[in-house]
Write a protein of this length. Structure first.
Length: 419
């Protein structure tokens, strides 16, 4: 019997979760590129698949480029490639606009694809190629890390991080895992949950959810969904948790919904990749808990406690930066380009910036006294780097560093730098 596939239309994780009574692995595999009208293209004629369409090689010295059948638009994602034989090949990501027949069939040669070639220790994107990373050999495991929230791609070799390869990638855009092989290069691409060098804070592509696990997740969801109906005057809330149901959920998950500095709600919203303020949609709920293999109320409470602990580290930590970036986008209204000043100050305190930066009181006071009405995205995002650079020493400030105007004004107004 064919498995039932849930298309999460309100959620970026489209077609990832497969539900059946006895399946254990979802069908995230490699495939040829869809025909773009050019008669098939070179990649489809050269690619040979094995191991349930996860091993790929080329039939000749010509290049074969393939991609996964699943894309992601938000969050942190990871897959691995085992180098079975180490000929010329490339590993990375592509967006829907990429077609191999339009870019010499190799990944990384147009604006819609990014690639690392370990046979030459180079990275490729658009018309640019630069030295990057280490050389790979047969048996090496190459990790492919995509952080859409922080807008960067990086790679690892046998668990060793080789650093950011690409930055400032497009946000909120579909990305597919993709590889190119040629000259007898053979890759085994792994999307499973139990990957060999799974980095902290990232998710695997293959997400499974049995019917029993689905019922367990739904039982928790329905409890708070019903509270939202029973305890509010809004009537039926649709297939969502909202209103009083959200408040009760935060309380039961160890938070204080009346405390504006409590991080429980924003951490849950971040991990669920929530699309709507103060609400949790049914599809978001199932996708999130399936990603982490958590299905019962008790295990959910434990997982939320782990998430909260994860973001208590320094502002340089990957987890904190991901939550920090998410918070601005989540709290601002859809068409707004800035957060209202008081809301931004509250959000900063909720994220613990008052404890992470010794100049916080001066920063907060400056915002309360100035005439600015909102905090721009540029100011919000750059504050982390500003704190790292300035610390507690005004002498570390350099006006030539091209900080946002609000930060320049803060330094001059607070520390009388004109003198």
């Amino acid at each position: 019997r064919a498995p039932f596939t849930m298309s999460a239309t309100l959620h970026p994780l489209q077609d990832i979760i497969t539900i059946d009574s006895d399946i254990d692995v979802t069908e995230v595999t490699l495939r040829d590129f869809p025909d773009s009208g050019g008669g098939g293209g070179r990649s489809g004629s050269n690619a040979v698949f094995k191991e349930k369409n996860r091993e790929v090689t080329s039939t000749s010295y010509s290049t074969a480029t393939v991609r996964a059948n699943t894309s992601v638009q938000r969050g942190q994602w990871y897959y691995e490639v085992v180098v079975k034989s180490s000929g010329s090949g490339r590993i990375g990501w592509c967006t829907p606009g990429y077609r191999p027949e339009h870019s010499s069939s190799s990944l990384g040669e147009d604006d819609n694809s990014w690639a690392y070639d370990g046979s030459r220790s180079f990275k490729f994107h658009g018309s640019n190629s630069k030295k990057y990373g280490e050389s790979w050999g047969s048996g090496d495991v190459i990790g492919c890390l995509l952080d859409i929230d922080q807008r960067k791609m990086s790679f690892s070799r046998n668990g060793k991080d080789m650093g950011a390869a690409f930055t400032n990638i497009k946000p909120n855009f579909p990305y597919y895992p993709s590889v190119s092989t040629s000259r007898n290069c053979k890759f085994l691409v792994q999307f499973d949950k139990n990957l060999k060098y799974m980095p902290s804070g990232y998710s695997a592509f293959n997400i499974s959810l049995t019917k029993a696990n689905k019922r367990s997740c739904e039982a928790v969801f329905d409890k708070y969904h019903e509270m939202g109906i029973t305890l509010s005057a809004s009537g039926n809330t649709g297939r969502d948790i909202k209103g009083a149901g959200t408040l009760e959920l935060v309380k039961d998950f160890g938070g204080d919904p009346m405390n504006p500095t409590d991080t429980t709600f924003i951490v849950i919203a971040w991990k669920l990749m929530s699309a709507t303020q103060w609400e949790f949609h049914y599809n978001e709920w199932l996708c999130c808990w399936a990603r982490y293999g958590v299905y019962t109320f008790d295990d959910m409470v434990k997982k939320v406690a782990e998430w909260k602990e994860e973001v208590t580290g320094p502002i340089s930590s990957t987890a904190f930066r991901a939550l920090y970036t998410f918070t601005f986008e989540y709290l601002k209204s859809d068409k707004a380009t800035a957060l209202e000043k008081n809301e931004a100050l509250m959000a900063w305190k909720m994220l613990g910036m008052d404890k992470k930066w010794k100049l916080w009181e001066k920063w907060e006071q400056w915002w309360k006294e100035n005439s600015l009405k909102g905090v721009s995205k540029d100011t919000w995002n750059m504050l982390i780097y500003f704190i790292e650079k300035i610390g507690t020493t005004p002498e570390n400030y350099d006006e030539d560093d091209m900080w946002p105007t609000s930060m320049d004004d803060f330094m001059y107004d607070t520390f009388d730098l004109d003198d």
